[in-house]
Design a protein around this ligand. Structure first.
Ligand SMILES: [Zn+2]
Length: 490
C-alpha cells in the first residue's frame, strides 16, 4: 500500500453570492472559469481569445449523471490511476448508433497524441480512458449556424453555447462532462469531443477540460493546442484578437512576458535561463519575440513560432518544460517517480539482513538518476534500484536509509522546477545491533577485523557475543564471526 496524500480533485471554482440582510433567497452557485478559444485564421497562424464564463449551468439544476449511463473502457493502462495522469475522453452528440464513430475518433486522437512530445516519451506516465456517452440527437448546438439546437448529453455547442461572440468557441457543460468522466478509474484531465465537422475548440483552465470538434479539418492539432492550455497551463503566443498594444501588468503564466530579453535577464525572470538555446525537434531559438497573447506590441513570447502560436507546430522549450512537469503530476502523489518500493515509508528495520528496492517510473528515453544515502551522506557506488544492508557493513547504531530519484531530462532547464517536480525520495529507519564483519569500519573486510574480533573476544567484550547462548562467549561466537567474515551477506 502506497502512502499517498491524494488531493481533492474538485477543480470547480464555486462562487457563492453573499446574502443581503433581508434575503432568504437560495444561494447562487456558479462555476466561473477562464475559457480559451483559438482557431486557424487560414494561414496556419492562430487567432482567438479568452473569456470568463460560467461553464456549468447544469450544476444549478440539480442534474446528476444517470446511473449506468455509459460504458467505460480503459484504452491505455500504464499503471494505477493514483500514480498516473489519467486523461478521459467523453463525447457529445453521438447517438448509440454513432458510438463506433466516436470510438474510432478517440483512437485516432490517442494515436496522434502519442506521436508528439512530450506525450511520446512520457507515455508510461499516462492512462487513457473512454466514456461512451450516448446522446438523444446527433451533432451539437449551433452547428452549422447559430440557433440550431440539439438534445445532447453534455450540451456542447459553438458560440460557447451562446455565451460568446466567437463562433469557433466550442464549449461543454463542464459539470456534465466532469460527472461522466468521473465514471472512469481516474479523471485528472478531460477531453470532450463534439460530433461535428465544423472547426472549433476550447480549453477550460479551471475544470481542466479540452473541447475539440472531432471531425474538423485538423482535430489532432486542435487537441494538442488545447492541451497546451488546459494541461500545460500555457498562454496563447499569437498576436491578434486583442488590443494592438498591451500596457498592463506582468502575467502569471510562464510562456509570455511584458519584458524583453535584456530585462528578463536583468531581473532573472521568466525564461531568462534558456535565452539563445534550441533543441532539435522543438521550436526556437529561444529569445523574447514581441507579439503574443492577442497583442502585437507589449508582450513577448519565447520563440518565433510554436504550438501556442500556429497550428501543427511543436512546443518551444517553455511549453516543453511545462509539459514534462504536467505529465509528472498524478493527483498530488508526493512520490511521482516511484512505482513500487520497500514498504512502509519510514518503516523500522532491525539487523543487517534486509534488502531494499525501488522501482522507478521513467520515460522511454532514459533511466532516472538514483542514489542512496545514510542520513545526509551519499553511499558511494550505490546507484542501482536495490541495496543490501549487509553489504554496507554498518556499525551498531540507528540510521535513516534514503533512496533519491531524479529525472535528469534535458527538457527541464530550471533546476528549481526539476527539484520541485522531477525529484522523489523514500526513507526507512535502520537499527543495527550486531557488529558487522568490517569491525574496524575501514570499508574493507580483512585480517585487521579478525584481530579486532579476537581482542574483543579475549577481553570478554559484548560486541564479540555473536551467537546463542547470549551472554556467554564461546566457540559458537568464533564460528559466527568466521561465517560473517567469509560471507558478510548471508
Ligand atoms: Zn489557444
Amino acid at each position: 500500500m502506497r502512502y499517498c496524500a491524494r488531493l481533492a480533485a474538485s477543480a470547480f471554482v464555486a462562487l457563492i453570492a453573499p446574502l443581503s440582510a433581508e434575503a432568504q433567497q437560495p444561494l447562487e452557485i456558479r462555476s466561473v472559469e477562464r475559457v480559451q478559444s483559438c482557431w486557424d485564421r487560414g494561414d496556419g497562424v492562430l487567432t482567438g481569445r479568452g473569456l470568463e464564463i460560467d461553464t456549468a449551468p447544469s450544476r444549478r439544476t440539480g442534474w446528476t449523471v444517470p446511473r449506468g449511463a455509459a460504458n467505460v473502457v480503459t484504452l491505455e493502462n500504464n499503471g494505477p490511476p493514483d500514480q498516473r495522469l489519467d486523461i478521459v475522453f467523453v463525447g457529445d452528440g453521438y447517438t448509440e448508433a454513432e458510438l463506433p464513430l466516436f470510438r474510432a475518433q478517440v483512437d485516432a486522437q490517442v494515436q496522434a497524441l502519442f506521436q508528439i512530445e512530450p506525450f511520446k516519451s512520457y507515455r508510461s506516465h499516462i492512462n487513457i480512458h473512454r466514456v461512451d456517452v450516448i446522446s438523444n440527437e446527433s451533432g451539437v448546438d449551433h452547428d452549422p449556424t447559430l440557433g440550431v439546437l440539439r438534445d445532447t448529453a453534455l450540451d456542447m455547442g459553438f458560440w460557447c453555447q451562446g455565451n460568446s461572440d466567437i463562433e469557433r468557441s466550442l464549449c461543454v457543460d463542464s459539470f456534465k462532462a466532469r460527472s461522466y468522466a468521473a465514471l472512469a478509474p481516474g479523471d485528472e484531465h478531460v477531453v470532450a469531443l463534439a460530433n461535428s465537422t465544423k472547426f472549433g475548440g476550447a480549453a477550460f483552465f479551471g475544470t481542466l477540460i479540452s473541447c475539440v470538434s472531432a471531425a474538423s479539418s485538423s482535430p489532432h492539432a486542435t487537441l494538442h493546442h488545447e492541451l497546451g492550455h488546459s494541461l500545460f497551463t500555457l498562454e496563447d503566443e499569437y498576436a491578434t484578437g486583442g488590443p494592438a498594444v498591451y500596457s498592463g501588468p506582468e502575467f502569471a503564466r510562464n510562456n509570455i512576458s511584458i519584458h524583453d530579453e535584456t530585462t528578463q535577464t536583468q531581473l532573472q525572470t521568466k525564461w531568462w535561463r534558456v535565452m539563445g538555446q534550441s533543441l532539435p525537434g522543438f521550436d526556437g531559438p529561444t529569445g523574447a519575440y514581441e507579439g503574443a497573447r492577442y497583442s502585437r506590441l507589449g508582450i513577448f513570447r519565447p520563440s518565433p513560432n510554436s504550438m501556442m502560436r500556429s497550428s501543427a507546430r511543436p512546443h518551444n522549450l517553455i511549453g516543453l518544460q511545462n509539459g514534462v512537469v504536467a505529465l509528472n503530476r498524478f493527483d498530488g502523489d508526493p512520490f511521482p517517480l516511484i512505482d513500487d518500493v520497500t514498504q512502509p515509508f519510514l518503516g523500522e528495520f532491525v539487523g543487517h539482513d534486509h534488502e531494499f528496492f525501488v522501482t522507478p517510473l521513467h520515460p522511454s528515453t532514459h533511466e532516472l538518476t538514483i542514489w542512496w544515502q545514510l542520513g545526509l551522506d551519499v553511499i558511494p557506488g550505490q546507484t542501482g534500484t536495490t541495496v543490501r544492508l549487509c553489504e554496507l557493513q554498518l556499525q551498531p547504531g540507528e540510521y535513516t536509509l534514503i533512496v533519491k530519484l531524479r529525472d535528469d531530462t534535458p527538457w527541464i532547464f530550471d533546476e528549481d522546477v526539476r527539484q520541485q517536480n522531477l525529484f522523489s525520495n523514500w526513507a526507512w529507519r535502520i537499527i543495527i545491533e550486531d557488529q558487522p564483519a568490517d569491525r574496524t569500519a575501514d570499508g574493507v573486510i580483512d585480517f585487521d577485523d579478525v584481530l579486532d574480533f579476537v581482542v574483543d573476544f579475549r577481553s570478554q567484550d559484548a560486541s564479540a557475543d555473536l551467537a546463542d547462548p547470549a551472554g556467554v562467549l564461546d566457540a559458537s561466537d568464533v564460528l559466527a564471526y568466521l561465517d560473517r567474515f567469509t560471507s558478510p551477506c548471508p
